[in-house]
Ligand binder design. Sequence first.
Ligand code: HSE
Length: 330
Amino acid sequence: MEDNKILEVNKPSLAPPSGGGGGSIHVFAPATVANVVCGFDVLGFAVNAPGDEVIMRLTNKPGITISKITGDDGRLPMDPAKNTVSVSVQHYLQSVGRTDIGLDIELHKKMPIGSGLGSSSASTVAGLFAIKTLLGDDSDAAKLLPFAMKGEEMACGHGHADNVAPALLGGFVLIRSYEPLDVVRLPHPENLWCAIVFPDVDVPTREARQIIRKNIQMKDAVTQWGNIAGLVSGLFMNDIDLIGRSMKDVLVEPVRSMLIPDFYKMREMAMELGAVSFGISGSGPSVFAFTKDEDTAHRITQKLQKHLTGLKIGSNGYVSTINDAGPRVL
Ligand code: HSE
């Protein structure tokens, strides 16, 4: 049987839990755009901002506590048995045989929950990267992916990797296979800019997955795999126009776009302003556009946000290149 490619890492030789910085660490992990329009559950990329932060401290009492969560309007559980960050960290500690240590976690949400920007993934990845660094585990970050996927499963009922993998590895990522897990980091043009707008409406991923059709027509499958191959080719060839014309989704977007206010109008406005592509970020409601320069990306976020204001819908806008670094210690 084929091995899990992502798990081909050495068992770490862990340092004692002395940890850098006096046994505490502050980590940032980035938001992500999953699906990238045509690659449902198999493509995603990380952005520079927004992102979530975790402060983790070693304590004397074995077990995990969560002492503070900010930026969540009280929506996330403080109970370590129910919070995706602590649960993922606990799975990691079990796998490396270090359930003897004590940890306290502070989670600082710096992006909206249920936004389609990989909010739970960013928190989970920040927590996992923090514990791995605290324990001096120098094995490949990819080793954390199965633990991060457990967090995703807890957050929305399905352990997909198209948010957690780019949040963890940085850059543009393809999930070539889930069983066995095989994750491929893809190149991308340096000057590919991303304009993101989050319209402040609630679209829980769990529900956005339930409305998707379970069966697809062969002709739609042909369109879709042509586009995925076109997008990946464009990434390798540095061909932003090929990337743009390949970002079409005949499977998921026609259904999910109904959950997003004025989705097609926003697409029309973004394309008129010079976007090379436009679509739903993850399961929505955030939308994103690729552009060839920063100015165009700013013009798009401004115009779409103004349009949403006219509809009496609040919004956040973000402009970023693709973040190749993934999580980092602050
Ligand atoms: N691929 C996932 C979806 C991303 O579209 O449901 C959201 O977490």
